[in-house]
Design a protein around this ligand. Structure first.
Ligand code: GDP
Length: 275
């Protein structure tokens, strides 16, 4: 007998707009805002503004659907939490292409990972926020395609062993294809984000910035933050992908595109050209 999985048994279902099929039922402008949040913002820029960096990664529907299939679990394609580690020698073997998510505590990292995995409701995104509790790297395996790592949130109270854990991971993990640095879309780049950028630049590894909680920012504020951060990336970074990825884990804006970018950088979208 095949037992239903825990999440399914508990009656958990995906939130609205978690699936592309739901988004495609929306009227055109709302659909664009959900799938390509930057394109929606483009309309409000002064004429002549260079928007090339808004559209560097712009997959078609087939690629978005292919990516969604990777994030949708079924019996032949399990998506599972694998393990947690506080040290590199506790990390699972680096057998698959990997991506990791880092950011300040409270930036919206667990919410985003939950949104990405919302079509695999049995996946538990563990959250350890109790002060004093050891923060860990959490590994998730997406079938036989890639692993996704939820790194402990950094902040002014991050202990030294945390810094060593994250730095060691970023420097040593040879299967790491891309680091996703989460920045709060409402408050923009903070001092701790700059420290993270400096670290990633020093290590010379490829990364990309994700702007979180965009549903909380007014259009004007979001545009200001997007343009400022884009300029910062252009002027001050080597390893950062020039396109930003704004997301809302509540409204699902940008989540479908981000799934597609993850699928792409892990080599699971053969039809999209490399970025
Ligand atoms: P983490 O510490 O980085 O894992 O942050 P969480 O995912 O726990 O989010 C921190 C707070 O921000 C929580 O109260 C979330 O409900 C809220 N939050 C996270 N993402 C979003 C979002 O996209 N939109 C809104 N409105 N709130 C969010």
């Amino acid at each position: 007998m095949v037992l239903p999985r825990a999440g399914v048994a508990a009656g958990r279902t995906s939130p609205p707009l978690a699936a592309l099929s739901q988004v495609l039922r929306l009227e055109r402008s709302r659909r664009t805002a959900i799938v390509f949040p930057l394109q929606k913002l483009e309309r409000y820029l002064a004429p002549g503004t260079d928007t090339a960096r808004f559209r560097l990664f712009q997959p078609g529907l087939a690629a978005l659907q292919r990516a969604e299939a990777l994030f949708r679990s079924d019996r032949g394609h399990p998506i599972d939490y694998v393990s947690s580690a506080v040290r590199m020698d506790h990390a699972p073997p680096p057998a698959l292409p990997e991506v990791c998510f880092i950011g300040r505590s409270n930036v919206g990292k667990s919410s985003l990972i939950r949104a990405l995995f919302s079509l695999a409701p049995e996946v538990e995104v563990r959250v350890s926020k109790t002060p004093g509790h050891t923060k860990k790297m959490n590994f998730f395996k997406v079938g036989k395609y890639f692993t996704l790592v939820d790194m402990p949130g950094y902040g002014y109270r991050a202990p030294q062993d945390f810094v060593e854990m994250v730095e060691a991971y970023l420097q040593e993990r040879h299967n790491l294809k891309r680091t996703f640095l989460l920045v709060d879309g409402v408050v923009g780049l903070q001092k701790t984000d700059h420290i993270a950028v400096e670290m990633l630049e020093e290590f010379g590894i490829p990364y990309v910035m994700v702007l979180t909680k965009i549903d909380r920012a007014s259009r004007g504020l979001l545009l200001k933050n997007v343009l400022e951060i884009q300029e910062f990336v252009k002027e001050n970074t080597q390893g950062c992908f020039p396109q930003l990825f704004p997301v809302s884990s509540v409204e699902f804006s940008g989540v479908h595109l981000l799934r597609c970018f993850v699928a792409h950088v892990t080599g699971n979208l053969p039809t999209v050209e490399a970025c």
